[in-house]
Design a protein around this ligand. Sequence first.
Ligand SMILES: [Zn+2]
Length: 211
Amino acid sequence: MNKVRNSIILATLTFVPLIINLILHRRYRRLKKALKCQEKFYYNVIFINMRNVDCKQHLISRKECGNSCSYVQLQKILHFVSSAKVSICVCMYMLTLKQFSQELIKAHKRGVKIRVILDLIMANADAAQYNISKFIQNDIIYKHQVPEYSMMHHKFCLIDKEDSSLAKMFFGSMNLTGQAMVYNFETVILTNNSHVIQRYSDEFEDLWNYF
Ligand SMILES: [Zn+2]
């Protein structure tokens, strides 16, 4: 009887620590993997606020007044577009910034697939007509919501979403307009987070197919 009891105690003392060690090791590896995954993602946050009220001149003169200058922030957004190699998907309530459309056209000319979704009312506004005419001239396809829906209020842009090593995006409260970049209180986040990109990509494809 004692032999059996001793065997059970011995087995318990041998295997329980091994099992605990295995469980902890697995958890550690999972946590390490998650942390490594997080490290490769960047999040660049842009704010437009009362510091940007004088930046209208800087947008025109291309002179910056500091790191938070609207001109500097615009360059970050334009750099996203100019670095595109495969595709650009824009979903923007209001798009009147000429600099942005010019970068889209340049990308289109170097073979990047461009798709644009705009709001129906805003696409017909006078301020948008320069960009709309440029899209039409350059065969850039744009769509808008079906009339029975009130607003297409998204503000996001996906770059190279098909290639995980290149994919990036920006999203936030800001429309791509001069007004938003100098007079409003706005935020934009630029990131390469693949989980966020996947969600927005699915949404974009849904809207593109529906409109
Ligand atoms: Zn400035």
